[in-house]
Ligand binder design. Structure first.
Ligand SMILES: O=C(O)c1cccc(O)c1O
Ligand SMILES: [Fe+2]
Length: 285
């Protein structure tokens, strides 16, 4: 079993690095950690970076999880290979680009590129966004799934992920006390379905709603409140159609023995208890 300790970062290809950087800093509220040749790294919390935009194909979308020990990478590689998932060891220069000591890369059953990393860099420099969005950190990803039951089985059998709740057949998966760090949503193509940052308060959600709407950023869902995690939320569209979510007040499951996964309906009220309707393909039948 592969123990995922945390979600580390996402890497997104883009044909317009300047435009993506403008969005990430002026709208989303991230902090530039480093500008390199052909890529820009962004901070959202105590880590050296949690998002990297690089010049490339917008279809290239990678999510990376941290493991605790280097030998976990070897164990994970052996297990993934035995299950028929080809694994690639990152080279030293690729590791340097990711600011990690070591990593492996593979694809989940849908074909989503996944990396596992050991010793990703943390930073002594405090995160402070140019725009005060109230971000407290990068928190979870939605992944596209072409077969929810198969992919739920993959994540829960091969890694330490556990189902916290389901919306229809879409599982919200936790790897620690946070209600979910990975969520799977139905889709015909692979990719990152959404990227979540936590913000401090519900006021931050409403303030960003006004701020982004005033600047013609496309709102796709909310403001609302998830019945599952109980977090208040806002979803909007970023570069290359990527959906970004802010949420505040995500549930923590402190005592796993007392928690039972719940079934919500795959319809707007399963996603929002305030009555907001998603304008997001993967949240609609
Ligand atoms: O926070 C949640 O519970 C949630 C539910 C549905 C979809 C999401 O993106 C979520 O973050
Ligand atoms: Fe989410």
């Amino acid at each position: 079993m592969i123990k995922l300790a945390d979600v580390s970062y996402v890497r997104l290809g883009t044909r317009d690095l300047e435009g993506a950087t403008h969005f990430a800093t002026e709208y989303l509220g991230l902090d530039v950690a480093e500008r390199a040749k052909g890529s820009v790294y962004f901070k959202s919390d105590e880590r050296e970076h949690t998002l990297c935009y690089f010049e490339g194909d917008p279809g290239d979308q990678v999510v990376c999880f941290e493991v605790e020990e280097q030998f976990h990478l070897d164990e994970a590689a052996a297990q993934l290979e035995s299950l028929g998932h080809p694994v690639r060891r990152g080279t030293a220069s690729e590791a340097a680009l990711r600011k990690v000591h070591d990593f492996i890369a593979f694809r989940d059953p849908t074909g989503n590129p996944i990396e596992l990393t050991w010793r990703p860099a943390y930073s002594g420099r405090r995160y402070h966004g140019a725009r005060d969005a109230g971000i407290t950190g990068f928190s979870h990803v939605g992944l596209c799934s072409s077969d929810l039951a198969r992919d739920e089985a993959f994540w829960t059998k091969v890694t330490n992920a556990q189902v916290s709740d389901r919306i229809g057949d879409a599982p919200l998966l936790r790897i620690d006390e946070v209600h979910h760090t990975i969520a799977l949503f139905p889709s015909v193509k692979p990719g990152i379905q959404h990227i979540n940052h936590q913000v401090e308060t519900g006021d931050d959600i409403m303030r960003s709603h006004q701020f982004l709407k005033d600047r013609q950023v496309r709102m796709v869902f909310g403001p609302g409140r998830h019945p599952t995690s109980s977090a208040k939320f806002l979803y909007f569209e970023g570069p290359d159609g990527m959906v970004f979510e802010y949420s505040s007040g995500v549930r923590e499951i402190a005592d796993e023995l007392l928690w039972r996964e719940r079934q919500f309906m795959f319809e707007p009220k399963g996603f929002c208890k305030w009555g907001a309707k998603p304008n997001i393909a993967e949240f609609n039948k």
